[in-house]
Each structure stands twice: as C-alpha cells, then as structure tokens.
Design a binder for this molecule. Structure first.
Ligand SMILES: C[S@@+](CC[C@H](N)C(=O)[O-])C[C@H]1O[C@@H](n2cnc3c(N)ncnc32)[C@H](O)[C@@H]1O
Length: 447
C-alpha cells in the first residue's frame, strides 16, 4: 500500500515506557489507522465518504468513529488469527463493542465463546449483534465453585476453583480473554457480619475464580470508580487472588472524554495477564489521549440521515408528566441549561441537590455520564439540547458507543420495553473504554 498524506499522531509519543500509539493517514478513499503495540504494528482502514477527505485530515479519529457508528468495521491488512472471548455479566454488549473494534483493527476474528448474564433478553441482544457460541442466562455464581480464605492482600483460594457446567467449561477453556462487568450493588449490601466474612457473596470474585478455573490468560474487569472504596476490600482481594494464581495486574480509572469521546463517563478497570505484564492503563490512556473531546452535537449529528421510526421504542421520546414538561419548557423559554431553584420540586429548593438534575445538555460539550435514568429529567442532565424532551434510547445508545444499526431485542423477538432499553444502555461501558482496556491486555501479549 502506498503511504500518502500522513495525518496526525495522537497520544503522547515521549513517554519513557511507551508501548502503544496511534496515527492516521489517507490512502486514496481510505483512512488508515496505524496502531503501534509494543514491537508490533497493526494497520487497518475504513472507507471515507466521497468529499470527506478534508474532514479526515482535520479530525481523523472523529471520521474513524463515524465509520464505526455507521456500522463499518475496519479492514485489517490481513486476518492473522482468532480472538476467543468469554464475557461474564455481559449485559447487552457494551464492553464487547470495544473488544470487537480493537480485534478488527488487529486482524483478529472475534468469537464470543461464552456469554453469561442473568438477564435473558440482554444476552439475546448481545447474541443478535456478535458471533456467540454458548449463551447462558443464569447467575455466574452457579457456574463456578470456589472458596476464599481471608480478604484483602492475604486472600487466597482454599482450593482450585472449578467450573460446574461442562459446556461452559469447554467453551471457556478456548477463551484467550475474559471480560466482565459485575454489578456494583454487592459492595454496600454486605452489611451483615457472616455474609461479609464469606467472600463468595461478592460477585466480583467470581471473575478471578472463573478465569483461574478455565486457565484464561487475559482478564479485563470493569466497575464503577467507587469500587476502590468498597468496605470489604474487594479490589485488594481480587488482586491477591489473581497474583496467587500467577497473574500480573494493572488497574485504574479511564475517562471517556480524555480519549476524545463525547461523554464524560469514567470507569474503573483491572487488567490481568498470566505470565506477562499488561500495559499500564495510564500508559494506554496517554497513548490514546485526545485533548479535545468531541461534542454532544457531533455525536447526535450521526442521526441526521438516520430514518427515525416513531413506532420503534428506540426512537420514542418519553412523555413527561405536566410538571416535568413545564420544567423542560422553562429551560427553552428562558434559554437556560440549569433549572432555576424556583422551578424545582419543594425538596430540591434548598439548593443542596445537584444543579445538573433537571438540566439541559450542552451541545458544545461532551455529554455527562449516561445512566439508566436518561429518560427522566429528575435523574440528571438528560434534556435534549435542542428538543423539548429527554434523550431517546437511540440517542443515548449512540453516546454510549453502540453503532446505529445495533439491534436491541428480547428473547421472544418482541421489542424491548423502555425500562429494559434504559437499563441496558445506561449500564453499558462506552466503546472507547472497553477498547482501551482490551488494548492494555493485548498490547503486551501475542495471541
Ligand atoms: C453493569 S451491567 C454489565 C454491562 C455490560 N458489561 C455492558 O457493557 O453492556 C451488570 C450486568 O450483570 C448482570 N447480573 C447481575 N447479577 C448477575 C449474576 N449473579 N449473574 C450473572 N449476571 C448478573 C445484570 O443483569 C447486568 O446485565
């Protein structure tokens, strides 16, 4: 391939321990992304819309992500291998999206060997969009037998964890990487002494147990940033369990907007590799850093040519009660982004609640964190920047990094409810965060 018109290199090139960076160039009608992963260099490309070459020069990462959101996966120079993944607490597949994009760029054909979640419709959605071999709708706790002695830095498995389901075990043993986003509610719920002392109650610990039982070489665990303050020291316990099984671990908090994505969401990640050092997350973040995050307006512009279907729950705005609609109208009538104290419910009028609640989103900034409350003005700054309503599920999904054609379905084939969509979309890991964490696991190790 002839190299023409080198564009930008993003990320800090001058870190002493740099193991990865990215650069872009145009080759005829294709935009090429060049990822340097330690000693390994991978190139892949996407087709640029005719006439968009200038935009690609000014904002190559934006054009790269536009191609992705429009459903185009990058073509690598060659597909060299397969990446087999096991995904626990998989939800509707947010975390899986980052892995999928990175795998495509690295020339790895991705297979989801096994996915597990207690929500059948979420796993049906993931399976409708990804190549899934074994799908399990049940608690992860019923799939792995383990026991932990001690907690924090002294924790260890009292015997080697074992997978209890033969089909899951066979699939998991094929996996090169385990990804998992255990729910966080367990952390504060362990308030009775005997439950707290039995660390098996902690869903997070099923992840190292599952990985050790199946001998999976790379692990990516995602959680809320506050998990590091967990009363039961679950992070220290997880690290100790992994270290005692031979894994090396890196962890930290990644922020989507620092990677250039139009949302400020932050998530905690732990990455572990057997017999290899995962690339430190702050190194990955520096290498992928983009100082000027894209805006909410940029994200929503991808819907300009998308056929909105008023009968599809993905496109249906929530109908608000009179009071909330009056508050939304007030923001527009007064050209404001924060609701005045006088317009708030009585219990908010002392001014101690968050100003962002009932707020209108600013078009020229990244979106705030999309939570499961994005359809409700009283649960955050979720009023659309230019329309008198909160975000639709499709708009929220886009801001989370779901491609436009991502199919949200239920097991029976009917449309998901608004509540289901809000949960799946609000719970999801934004694509660039999963991408960065997967890069930490894959940069240092060859498949
Ligand atoms: C934070 S969400 C995961 C989001 C997902 N990683 C994504 O990016 O889309 C946590 C998920 O764990 C599931 N879950 C909760 N308890 C579970 C259990 N005991 N076993 C399996 N799944 C469980 C929930 O249904 C939910 O989908």
């Amino acid at each position: 391939m002839t190299v023409s018109n080198p564009l930008q290199t993003l990320g800090n090139q001058h870190l002493g321990d740099l193991q990865a960076d990215q650069s872009f160039y145009l080759d005829a009608d294709r935009l090429v992304r060049r990822l340097r992963l330690g000693s390994r260099v991978v190139e892949s490309s996407v087709k640029v819309h005719p006439g968009d070459e200038r935009t690609a020069q000014l904002d190559p990462l934006g054009v790269w992500w536009t191609a992705y959101l429009e459903g185009q996966l990058p073509s690598p120079a060659e597909v060299t291998d397969r990446l087999s993944v096991a995904d626990l607490f998989c939800g509707s597949g947010g975390l899986a999206l980052g892995t999928r994009l990175l795998a495509a760029e690295m020339g790895l054909s991705l297979v989801n060997e096994v996915i597990v979640d207690s929500d059948a419709d979420a796993t049906a959605t993931l399976a409708a969009n990804h190549d899934v071999r074994v799908r399990r709708t049940e608690s992860v706790t019923s799939l792995v037998d383990f026991r932990v002695r001690g907690s924090g830095h002294n924790a260890e498995f009292t015997y080697r964890p074992e997978l209890l389901d033969d089909q899951v075990a066979t699939a998991a043993q094929r996996a090169d990487m385990l990804t998992a986003g255990p729910p966080c509610q367990g952390h504060s719920n362990l308030n009775n002494r005997s439950r707290r002392s039995d660390m098996r109650n902690h869903l997070m610990l099923t992840v190292p147990a599952f990985a050790v039982a199946a001998g999976i070489e790379r692990i990516v665990i995602e959680n809320v940033p506050a998990v590091v303050h967990d009363d039961a020291s679950v992070i220290a316990t997880t690290k100790a369990l992994l270290a005692s099984a031979g894994y090396r671990v890196t962890d930290g908090v990644l922020a989507s907007d620092k990677l250039g994505w139009p949302q400020t969401r932050r998530r905690y990640f732990m990455v572990a590799c057997l017999n290899a050092e995962p690339t430190p997350l702050d190194t990955v973040a520096s290498c992928l850093a983009d100082e000027k995050p894209r805006t909410l307006e940029w994200a929503l512009s991808h819907l300009d040519n998308w056929p909105i279907d008023d009968t599809d729950p993905m496109d249906q705005p929530t109908e608000h009660n009179q009071e909330n609609q009056r508050r939304i109208d007030w923001l527009f009538d007064n050209n404001e982004y924060d609701l005045a104290l006088s317009e708030r419910p009585e219990c908010h009028k002392d001014g101690t609640s968050y100003t962002s609640v009932y707020g209108r989103m600013r078009p020229d900034e990244p979106a705030p964190t999309i939570t499961t409350g994005f359809t409700t003005p009283g649960r955050g700054r979720f009023v659309h920047p230019t329309n008198r309503r909160t975000l639709t599920p499709r708009e929220a999904a886009l801001i989370q990094g779901f491609p436009l054609d991502y199919r949200f379905i239920t097991e029976s084939g009917s449309s998901p409810s608004r509540t289901q969509l809000a949960k799946w979309i609000g719970d999801a890991v934004p694509m660039p965060l999963g991408y960065a964490a997967a890069l930490s696991a894959l940069a240092a190790t060859s498949i």
